[in-house]
Design a protein around this ligand. Structure first.
Ligand code: AMP
Length: 183
């Protein structure tokens, strides 16, 4: 599967803005709004994701609330497959399966619709989010995909924070791919 060239990585790195002490002291928040409003950087990101995943026989993309929706929904359309939102507790209207998890800064719970994968047992699903930190959110999301009778074939993140154990921990459950790494 394709990976980003050094030039493409540089374009993405330059487009992501660091916000120190957000949402609380000690956290450096990786702001991807400056990537999204840069058509070259957003284009490089989406074209790369398309090239990487077009031959993987994926059935669905599952995106994590909320920034995973931006990349996941666009990619699903490019690949001609369906998009499934994994949402914060209380947002999905139909019957859900839920998982609790711990964040880099707090605790939360996410949910998926019980019929998210349209009854296709073993559906091949790519999980996507903007960033993996502790991996708590993505671990819970990958479990939800399994509980909904599908297979999480890979978890993809625009940014991986390598100074935390998130990537290592999630790798025990599924393949993990990060476009750029921050240490
Ligand atoms: P985690 O469960 O610790 O891997 O946290 C991942 C989730 O929290 C993702 O949905 C990210 O969007 C968000 N997040 C955690 N840490 C940061 C950070 N330093 N900058 C931006 N987003 C973050």
């Amino acid at each position: 599967m394709t990976t980003l060239s050094p030039t493409e990585k540089k374009i993405l790195q330059n487009a992501i803005r660091d916000i120190p002490d957000f949402p609380k002291p000690g956290i450096v928040f990786k702001d991807i709004t400056t990537l999204l409003n840069d058509s070259q950087a957003y284009g490089v990101t989406m074209n790369h994701l398309y090239e990487r995943y077009k031959g993987q026989n994926l059935d669905f993309i599952a995106g994590i609330d909320a920034r995973g929706f931006i990349f996941g929904a666009a990619l699903a359309q490019m690949l001609g497959i369906g998009f499934v939102p994994i949402r914060k507790k209380g947002k999905l209207p139909y019957t859900t399966i839920s998982q609790k998890y711990s964040l880099e800064y707090g605790f939360d719970e996410i949910e998926i619709h019980i019929d998210a994968f349209r009854g296709r047992k073993g559906a091949r699903v790519l999980l996507i989010d903007d960033l993996i930190a502790t991996g708590g959110t993505a671990n819970a999301a990958a479990k939800l995909i399994t509980q909904a009778d599908a297979e999480c074939v890979e978890a993809c993140f625009i940014i991986g924070l390598t100074f935390l154990d998130g990537i290592k921990n999630l790798s025990e459950q599924t393949s993990v791919y990060t476009l750029i790494e921050v240490d």
